[in-house]
Design a protein around this ligand. Structure first.
Ligand SMILES: C[C@H](O)[C@H](O)[C@H]1CNC2=NC(N)=NC(=O)C2=N1
Length: 104
């Protein structure tokens, strides 16, 4: 359980943080990115890895598994669906693990 609720980021703060997250964008009020992988099995393994990180962080995106794609969309339910620092933290953790799966 988080110690305190995450605060919504302002539009400017979101823009600033997106500058440090190439490939990510704000789409329909969520931080989003799609990755392409070498195979459906590689994409599936990445989804499992992301799920593990999300459990550790106690913060969960909507993860979509495609044929050889993984799409992530995240906002913070407890902040009324706003984008918060928690979403940015998760995005960075996903960026960190993506290269190990050959995702780009
Ligand atoms: C009880 C638990 O900490 C909450 O339900 C967590 C779980 N994962 C979550 N994920 C997201 N994206 N937003 C939340 O507010 C959230 N809350």
């Amino acid at each position: 359980m988080p110690a305190e609720p995450a605060e919504p980021l302002s539009p400017q703060e979101i823009e600033d943080r997106l500058a440090g997250l190439p490939g990510w964008s704000l789409d329909d009020g969520r931080l989003t990115r799609s990755y392409r992988l070498g195979s459906h099995f590689a994409a599936t393994a990445m989804v499992v890895h992301v799920a593990q990180v999300q459990e550790e962080l106690d913060h969960h995106s909507d993860l979509t598994l495609g044929y050889n794609t993984v799409s992530v969309a995240v906002h913070t339910h407890s902040a009324g669906g706003a984008v918060t620092a928690k979403d940015v933290e998760l995005a960075h953790k996903i960026e960190d693990l993506a290269p190990g799966h050959g995702a780009h």
